[in-house]
Design a protein around this ligand. Structure first.
Ligand code: ADP
Length: 432
């Protein structure tokens, strides 16, 4: 078995000096004793001389000891400084370490990018422009308490930022403790947008529910009052009330579906589903509406099964929404074509594409990117008149995304619109 040699240990310089001082004292003692024996020196003088020389020989030892302690302390300070600098540099958000008066000790690259005027060993207050930051920093220095501030960065893009100034205790060169401050900046833009979207969503949903509710209570008042004994008006009002109640039910249904799909947004459905029978079922179910709108639905579907990994209920919802929209908004074109094809783009695997094409008025290009936003409609009045909720395409997009697919919208105003839901094909067992 191989033996490891003990590590080489450098002789301690402190011991070396002690040994040298001992030798000096020994030599002095011998010389003084000889002089006393030769009667050249009295014993008391020899003793005095010995004490002086011994003391003098020990002085370098004391000096060396002090120098060694000082060296060790400054080495430890250097190491601590490097650790602090590395920690500040490694922070994911912009971070600046300030001394107790607000002078910059360290800053990371993100902070330098956020506030290019910040310089090491200079006061941060002079380099920062936002009044909120300056006030927070001043308060932190004055109170040594943590301070938070929110402000908006306008350049290069608008960003909502949060600043946190936290007091931190740092060891000083002389062994004491100094109050420093760690300034960190956090980008809150994404969070803010989500909050705004949530607030908008609640406001929109409440508004959409309040409209039919107001109509319902208005008609109830009328039926209880002036139209109480008018059977013709009563029948007409009850018809409108039924339509409004249906609209409310549909809105609630769409809202629930949307939140269900969002909850499972990251879970890909894995059941093997044949898209063809689902499309046939939807087309059959919408025949009545098509007749009402005087639109013919034409289909171009393969006879063989086309399998994808999916959730048949959700796919049904996608196709109902797309075809119903074609019947509602593209009725003037007189026909809606539903086709299924398996496309190949370049070397990629084939994609299963379900296209719904109508020949109605189409959609102006400026609306296309916003159509899948919740409650977005090209014409709110038209959508309401058609019993729309403004949530259909948003739901379609979420479902298609959950299936790992994409939704394409193409339209030439005056010539109709094509909505294509593209799905990845089912992976064969050899690919899994
Ligand atoms: P809605 O419940 O209002 O139908 P959707 O999300 O399904 O909500 O559609 C959003 C809007 O997109 C509709 O209000 C309509 O203005 C427009 N739209 C959807 N499909 C078509 C289409 N085939 N032709 C023209 N406009 C359409």
């Amino acid at each position: 078995m191989a033996m490891n040699a003990p590590p080489y240990q450098r002789p301690s310089p402190w011991l070396d000096r002690l040994r040298r001082s001992g030798l000096v004292m020994l030599a002095t003692a011998v010389a003084l004793t000889a002089l006393v024996f030769l009667n050249d020196l009295t014993v008391s003088r020899a003793l005095l001389a010995f004490i002086c020389i011994a003391g003098a020989s020990l002085v370098p030892l004391r000096l060396h000891e002090a120098a060694r302690t000082r060296d060790e302390t400054s080495e430890a300070r250097l190491a601590e400084g490097a650790v602090v600098r590395a920690m500040v540099a490694g922070m994911p958000d912009p971070a600046v370490l300030l001394d107790r008066v607000g002078r910059v000790l360290h800053l990371n690259a993100q902070a330098a990018q956020l506030a290019p005027a910040l310089r090491r060993n200079e006061l941060a207050l002079f380099a920062l422009r936002s009044p909120e930051i300056i006030a927070a920093l001043r308060a932190a220095i004055a109170t040594t308490q943590m301070q938070r501030a929110n402000y908006v960065e306008r350049v290069p893009v608008e960003r909502w930022m949060e600043l946190v100034v936290s007091p931190v205790s740092m060891p000083t060169e002389f062994g004491g403790i100094d109050n420093c401050f760690l300034m960190t900046f956090h980008d809150q833009t994404q969070l803010r947008r989500v909050e705004e979207m949530r607030a908008d969503f609640v406001a929109n949903a409440s508004h959409e529910l309040r409209t039919p509710l107001a109509a319902l209570s208005g008609f109830i008042d009328t039926l209880q009052g002036p139209a109480r004994d008018d059977p013709k008006a009563r029948d007409r009002f009850l018809g409108i009330m039924h339509a409004q109640a249906t609209r409310m039910a549909r809105l609630i249904d769409d809202l629930l579906s949307l939140s269900r799909v969002e909850l499972s947004a990251h879970v890909r459905p894995d059941a093997r589903v044949d898209v063809v029978p689902i499309l046939r079922q939807v087309v059959d179910g919408l025949e009545v509406l098509a007749r009402e709108r005087q639109v013919t639905i034409e289909t171009s579907l393969p006879s063989a099964p086309v399998l994808i990994a999916g959730d048949s209920e959700e796919l049904l919802r996608v196709f109902v929404n797309l075809i119903e929209n074609g019947l509602k908004y593209g009725a003037s074109g007189g026909r809606v074509v539903v086709s299924l094809l398996q496309a190949t783009e370049g070397d990629s695997a084939p994609e299963v594409r379900v296209a719904v094409r109508d020949y109605g008025p189409g959609i102006a290009p400026e609306h296309l990117p916003r159509l899948t936003e919740r409650f977005y409609r090209v014409d709110v009045g038209d959508s309401r008149a058609q019993g729309g909720t403004g949530l259909g395409l948003s739901l379609v997009k979420h479902i298609v995304n959950r299936h790992g697919g994409r939704l394409l919208i193409e339209s030439v105003p005056g010539k109709g619109a094509t909505f294509t839901a593209c799905f990845p094909p089912l992976r064969t067992s050899a690919e899994v």
